[in-house]
Design a protein. Structure first.
Length: 490
């Protein structure tokens, strides 16, 4: 029996936790300048871009398919474009040098933008959404749990859970690939990071995460946050989903804290949640329960949702390449029963499949920023307060960097391409101090699942007339629907 969520508090004994959905932006964050409107930029040169007589049509195009909208602007206007949404200036920067300037070289001139502001209502102040001065403290404290020395233990669990899960796929049966990947990666993140079995949480997490991710993406435009308080079912569902995810995280924390109570003092934890509860900063301070809860929520999203999406796309593309599927099967057969980090990271075919899938379907496909001051990025002047968009989806499809950019061609990574690309050309996990701490965890996990599946079976579309799923870009780059696949066992 787990302790009730009410047992948790911001500081032990100080009262119930506040929930991310209703928590204000922390006062310690930098003040964001007012977003400029087009008339404010008459003396401030902006990059070229569309200036339609009916601005609402542009907004509809943006909302209908944002990745395609951004790519279309790059194709028509170049690597730097400007446009207006909800009366406010947006600037898209797509060349690798521009991406590197925004995310790395001049990252202190920007804070996370409107999309992340929406995510904050679900994830709170975790590493994905927080700003300075909170971010650097959290990143410093959370580095030890992600050290490479811990990954081998995680990899053993990944291998066991993947083998157990994939063994339930029967020859000739049809599986719903997308939900199957969500369940598997959730089990992995729960056991490796939280030290618990999440099977009884799976449906709640999946349902609430689906609602939250849908509402985050659909309300990215400035000012739409005001709709959150409307007494309509659509918006109430967003609030309920965010609170339900918080309650699940709080239950996990309460359960883990209860299990630690019987552990001899000083004995190290072997899971990330236990480590988070025991971590101390240089001044001896630890995370509050709210901070642990927010980081746990971030890990639930980034540790299972994104990896599951990437794997769904990878298996879908792999189904159309029997030559690569055979090569992957041969590679898997050469590896030990339990695949460790070294074996996973040396598996070249699996690596090429993962790299190419992350190129074409990066789980995080856009990185919104706001300029804190007037700044020049690779020769492009950016006014203070402007919305700035860099996009993995767009830059990863640059034909100068990736010939045949819309084709899934894993072999392009076979000759050291990743070492030749310029900075900012490939950034599925972000870049700079905001780069995902769990990038290596995710890469090992994805490779192990692909290799374990290749040992057991091959997948093909249940409906040959629809060989690939359509995209459903939300806060993450998802495949639309369940993605039914037919299993053929070896």
């Amino acid at each position: 029996m787990t302790a009730p969520p009410a047992a948790l508090s911001g500081v032990p004994g100080s009262g119930p936790l506040t929930r991310p959905f209703t928590s204000p932006r922390p006062a310690s964050y930098a003040t964001i300048p007012r977003a400029p409107r087009l008339r404010d930029c008459r003396d401030h040169p902006l990059p070229p871009g569309p200036r339609p007589r009916l601005p609402g049509l542009l907004t509809l195009r943006f909302q209908r398919d944002t990745p395609r909208f951004l790519r279309g602007l790059r194709d028509e206007y170049g690597d730097a474009v400007s446009f207006v949404l909800a009366g406010q200036v947006f600037i898209g920067l797509f060349a690798p040098a521009m991406v590197h300037e925004v995310l790395v070289a001049q990252q202190s001139a920007f804070v996370k933008g409107v999309g992340f502001a929406r995510m904050r209502k679900v994830l709170g102040e975790g590493l994905l959404t927080n700003e300075e001065p909170i971010h650097m403290r959290h990143r410093r404290m959370m580095q030890p749990p992600f050290q490479r020395s811990r990954l081998d233990g995680y990899a053993t669990l990944m291998s066991d859970l993947a083998r157990e899960h994939i063994a339930t796929w029967r020859d000739g049966s049809v599986i719903a690939l997308a939900p199957a990947m969500m369940r598997l990666t959730l089990l992995i993140v729960a056991q490796t990071l939280f030290g618990t079995d999440a099977r009884h949480h799976t449906d709640r997490i999946t349902e609430s995460m689906d609602i939250a991710i849908d509402r985050i993406e659909r309300t990215m435009l400035p000012g739409l946050d005001r709709l959150d308080s409307l007494p309509l079912p659509y918006w109430r569902a967003f609030h309920r989903a965010a609170d339900d995810l918080s309650m699940i995280a709080e239950e996990l924390i309460a359960h883990r804290r209860g299990s630690m109570a019987g552990t001899p003092q000083g004995e190290p934890a072997d899971d990330l949640l236990g480590l988070l509860l025991a971590l101390r900063d240089e001044d001896g301070s630890g995370f509050t329960d709210e901070e642990v809860r927010d980081e746990a929520l971030t890990l639930i999203l980034s540790g299972h949702e994104t990896t599951a999406n990437a794997l769904t796309w990878a298996f879908s593309w792999l189904a159309g390449r029997p030559d690569l599927a055979a090569a992957l099967r041969e590679e898997a057969a050469s590896l030990p029963e339990r695949i460790g980090v070294a074996e996973a990271m040396s598996a070249s075919v699996a690596g090429q499949v993962v790299n190419e899938s992350l190129r074409l379907a990066p789980p995080v496909w856009v990185a919104p920023r706001r300029a804190l001051r007037d700044v020049t990025v690779a020769g492009v002047p950016i006014p203070a307060g402007a919305h700035v968009l860099v996009s993995q989806y767009v830059t990863h499809r640059d034909p100068l960097l990736y010939p045949q950019p819309d084709q899934w061609l894993p072999q392009r990574w076979s000759d050291g391409l990743i070492t030749r690309l310029p900075k900012g050309a490939y950034f599925p996990f972000g870049a700079g101090s905001r780069k995902c701490l769990g990038d290596r965890f995710a890469l090992v996990e994805a490779r192990i699942i692909l290799l374990m599946a290749a040992r057991h079976c091959s997948l093909s579309p249940a409906d040959p007339r629809r060989p690939l799923p359509r995209a459903q870009p939300r806060a993450t780059y998802r495949a639309l629907g369940a993605v039914p696949m037919r299993v053929s066992c070896q």
